[in-house]
Design a protein around this ligand. Structure first.
Ligand SMILES: [Zn+2]
Length: 143
């Protein structure tokens, strides 16, 4: 396929999408982040819908958990769909950590797309954007 055909195809697609309006699902839509469901049981905190997050963010559950454990100074462990953290942690602290995780580990700093994957090279984490192709280094250690 030549570049010309590709451009024609894209503009045709764009016109079609404009015509169809909302019936076409956007491929590069905003990331839909679930709301963390946090409950306290005794001295522990249960993150009831933990597994929805690695799924929505397309990240390894173990790595996402490692990040939360480090930031919360806890030793949470996965139990089915949930994670049980030792100690009482506030729902707002989870919300803040998830927001930061998305910003530092998921969203492309160049174009803002959440369609990214991570890559590790000599202990340095990189964020590869599938939308714009940018390769950015990740600040945190839990990529
Ligand atoms: Zn990008």
């Amino acid at each position: 396929m030549t570049a010309q055909t590709s451009t024609d195809y894209e503009s045709l697609l764009k016109r079609l999408q404009d015509k169809l309006g909302n019936t076409v699902k956007k491929v590069k839509g905003r990331l839909e982040i679930p709301t963390p469901q946090i409950i306290w049981v005794g001295k522990n905190t249960i993150f009831r819908n933990f597994m929805e997050f690695p799924k929505a963010l397309r990240r390894d559950p173990e790595k996402f958990l490692l990040y939360l454990n480090k930031e919360l100074a806890s030793a949470g462990y996965i139990a089915g769909e949930r994670v049980i953290f030792l100690g009482r942690k506030t729902p707002s602290s989870f919300q803040a950590l998830i927001d930061r995780y998305v910003k530092d580990y998921v969203q492309c700093p160049v174009c803002g797309s959440p369609d990214t994957r991570t890559e590790k090279n000599k202990k340095v984490g990189f964020l590869i954007c599938e939308a714009c192709g940018a390769k950015s280094s990740i600040k945190g250690n839990y990529a």
